[in-house]
Every structure is written in C-alpha cells, then in structure tokens.
Design a protein around this ligand. Structure first.
Ligand code: NAP
Length: 259
C-alpha cells in the first residue's frame, strides 16, 4: 500500500532504538525525511546512517534529552516545520505507591506528559496552517490497564491521554490528526531489562522469565519494533485522516477487555 507521505518531514523523538526506531524506519521506508533524536549520540548517528543507507531519505540527528527544556528546544530548532510528529521518551522507573514524592511525579509528568504537550503546542499551528498533519504519541497499555508498580507512568500517561482526547477534536478540522499508540510488551532493550529483573528476583533464567511472560500473552510472543513502526506509519498516512483521538493497543491481546 502506498501510504501517500513521500517527501513529508517527520520528527521522531527517542528513536535510536526500540519502538521509536521502528517508527523512524517505517516512516523512512514510506519516503519521509526524518529528524531523529536520542540522548546517546553514537547509537543515534549509527541508526540515522542505517536509515539513510536503506531508504535514501534525509535524516537529521539531534543528540539531546527530549524531556529537558534545552533538549526540546534544540530538537525543535533542528526540526523546523514538520508534517509528522511522533512523541516518545523513556518511561519512569518502577516502585511502590508509598515511595514516590512530589519531585518523582514532576519528573514523570515532565517526561511523559508535559514534553509531548510542549512539542504538540509548538508544531500543531504550522500543521494546521498548512492543512495537514499527523501526531502519534507512544504511550502504554498501562493507560487502559494499570501496571501497579508503574504508578508514575500510569499517572503521567493518563494525563497525556486526557489532553489528547480534547485537543485531537480541536485540530481535526484543519486536517491534523492526533492519536496514541499503546504498546504492550515488545522485544526491545526495555523488555530485556524487565525480564532480567524478574529472573534475578525469582532465581530463574532469563529464558524462563521470558517464556513465563509469553504465556500471559494470547499470541505467545512479544511484539516487534517493525510491527509497531508499521502501525505508526499507517496512522501517519493519507489513509488515516478519519482516525482521530484514538488509543490503539498493540499488545498481542494481552489486555483482557471487550473494548
Ligand atoms: P528502548 O528500547 O529502551 O528505547 C528507548 C529509546 O529512547 C532509545 O533510543 C533511547 O536512547 C531514547 N530515549 C530514552 N530517554 C530519552 C530522552 N529523555 N530523550 C531522548 N531520547 C530518549 O525503549 P522502548 O521499549 O522502545 O520504549 C519506548 C517507550 O515505550 C518508553 O516510554 C516505554 O516505557 C514505552 N513502553 C514500552 C513497552 C515495551 O514493551 N517495549 C511497553 C509499554 C510502554 P538514549 O538512551 O540514548 O536516550
């Protein structure tokens, strides 16, 4: 399927690895020029070069912490006018509800709620003026089904989801759509870290921890960054103009709910 976005400019945040990289690769394969971002310059430049080599698109790489004011400003300055925005950043650490102080919540809100909002606030007006735009926020299945030890993430991402629900309906008239992609567990560094923690705590091997988790997912495997990226690229395509303000679970059926 031709996604109809050849030559569009896309900013993909936190995209040197994992789900962000999957989105960047899929958008590049669809012919989009990219601005990519991550904190670590080496992995970012390597990922950017791989994409240039594979897809022949222009890629600008900006090494910066997207959740800091300075990092966000540097990325926005390099990006200029973009047609497509994919927001993403690392998730807050796990813990217990009674451990977290105000500062912990402020940090989580900055990373997973206020940064995507700041990016949208800056970039939506240009998209609306030009009469076309796509925003995809990478959030989490925890928006639909809370993960108890990720209370900081549950809180911040649900806040973003509420903001998007209203804002998406205020910009859609100008040809701009905003939607959220909700990953369940995917085979990225983060999944390895989670399985490593479980293996250590339970005194089992990494493989055993992984296969125990597979058993909880109806498709019996983790999602891939390629699958995730393809879904993102479709939401950014010309075919997705009637999809507005949705929260789309990519979780292999892991969240057990009817709707
Ligand atoms: P990942 O494989 O660890 O990759 C994270 C990427 O984001 C890396 O490129 C990393 O590069 C970059 N990054 C992290 N913090 C950043 C920051 N402050 N500024 C700029 N770049 C940053 O993670 P992932 O699995 O793709 O997860 C992406 C998001 O989805 C996270 O918020 C995660 O919590 C959420 N999520 C993931 C899963 C899953 O199963 N994978 C499930 C639910 C939700 P640097 O470290 O060099 O900055």
């Amino acid at each position: 399927m031709d996604l109809g976005i050849t030559g569009k400019r896309a900013l993909v945040c936190a995209s040197s690895k994992g789900l962000g990289l999957g989105c960047a690769q899929a958008l590049a394969a669809a012919g989009c020029h990219l601005v990519m971002n991550a904190r670590g310059a080496e992995a970012l430049e390597a990922a950017a070069q791989d994409i240039r080599d594979a897809s022949g698109v222009e890629v600008t790489a900006v090494a910066a912490d997207i959740t800091s004011d300075e990092g966000c400003a540097a990325v926005l300055a390099a990006a200029g006018d973009v047609d497509i925005l994919v927001t993403n950043a690392g998730g807050p650490p796990p813990g217990l509800w009674s451990d977290w102080e105000r500062e912990d919540f402020i940090k989580a809100l900055d990373g997973n709620m206020l940064t995507p909002i700041a990016l949208m606030k800056t970039l939506l007006p240009g998209m609306m003026d030009r009469g076309w735009g796509r925003v995809v926020n990478i959030t989490s299945q925890s928006v639909k089904a809370p993960i108890p030890q990720l209370g900081l993430s549950n809180a911040a991402r649900t806040g973003l989801t509420g903001y998007v629900a209203g804002t998406a309906r205020q910009v859609a008239h100008a040809g701009v759509t905003i939607n959220n992609l909700l990953p369940g567990i995917h085979a990225t560094d983060r999944a390895d870290a989670l399985d490593g923690t479980v293996a250590k705590a339970e005194g089992i091997t990494l493989e055993q921890a992984r296969s125990n988790r597979f058993a909880t997912i109806p498709v019996r495997r983790y999602g891939t960054a390629d699958e995730f990226g393809a879904a993102c690229a479709f939401l950014c395509s010309v075919h997705a103009g009637f999809i507005v303000g949705q929260n789309i679970l990519l979780d292999g059926g892991g969240v057990n709910s009817t709707m």
